[in-house]
Design a protein around this ligand. Sequence first.
Ligand SMILES: Cc1ncc(COP(=O)(O)O)c(C=O)c1O
Length: 410
Amino acid sequence: MRISYVCNECKKEYFSDKIEYVCPVCATQPVKAGEFRKGNLIVRLNREDLAKLKTKPNLSFYDFFPYPVPHSASFPIGVTPLVKPKRLQEKYGLPNLLFKLDSALPSGSFKDRASQLIVAQALAHGENKIALASTGNAGAAMSCAGAAYGLEVILFVPESAPINKLMQSVLYGATVVPVQGSYDDAFALSIYYTQQFGGINRNTAYNPMTVEGKKSVSIELFLQLGHADIDVVYVPVGDGCIYAGVCKGFIDLHAAGLIEKIPQVICVQSTKSNAISQAWKTGLFHSVSTTTCADSISVSSPANGRMAVRYIKETQSWATEVSDAEILEAQLELTRQAGVFVEPAAACAWAGLRKDVEKLKDLYGSDVSACVLLTGTGFKDMAVFDGRITLPASIANSYEAVTARFLDHQ
Ligand SMILES: Cc1ncc(COP(=O)(O)O)c(C=O)c1O
């Protein structure tokens, strides 16, 4: 697939066979203190190549990728399970409610989708080293993909990053570099590293292939549903890269003539980390302070914020905010009433849909087809249960103890 790059801000189109990161004009212009950064590039697929996909047999999301993915089965992405959560469908009167279980991807999070395309980019350009900054799932996903393909992964993290998330990357064999500074400092050092020592930089919202890789979920969903329309997709949002990827997938399907209508893609944020939602509401791209317990979506100045707001508008969608209490309640509901165990960031999307049930019924009727993107497994963040869940006391190893334990239950 031939491609070009378009700046999200100035709309200038760049034709290049090299690895491109950000718009050389807009990304270097200073932004006011506390404002979202500018100059992210969007991959534009060649219209002629795209048009050929409409009649292509055995279509897959790989057909929409700028790079071929060799040996894709060694780091298998998709098809992730589509859950039809019977009990919750009945409880909320939504018979066409679906959950897309991206927590089932190899490293346990949606971020594997971006990492797969970054591997393909590295292989296509003869690079064997990938550097990035991450405090969590992106680092684990890239380290996992690196292990599968034998590529070196250099991961810069703020030294305060939660140990449980880092552990996964260390185990996969990445070179983890704790930095005495913030995530932004780690981000800058990872860029310096690739400038000095080569390799690909995978920083989210810096390398446009991250958003491009994430779009696979929408194409996969479309194929999984046998080309049936979907009305709304709920996405948990921090930096706004997953959100942009989901929208991009539907936009590419639309441009290929495979769907007539782009679904509404709902941006769900915590009220305690709501920079993109607020920017969409106010038109001001201002950072916020964040205190949410859902650490994967805790972002004060979203790196892909401007693109996300643009896509909310272009897809005629909206942003829904939920409190941390609603997120944790939604997480337990998913676990206990659907058998689905996800981290708080992922549960945020379900909390958003629960909040919007009446709105969806008003807009589409109760047969609305709605898909919630569940982006990370619950095992990623067990600390969130500290003080909330207590393990039951043990009983003596005797029949009498069993009787005593269950007598009250009769
Ligand atoms: C599990 C999970 N869900 C949602 C998100 C939010 O993605 P984004 O930062 O691209 O908005 C992340 C990001 O780290 C994540 O790890």
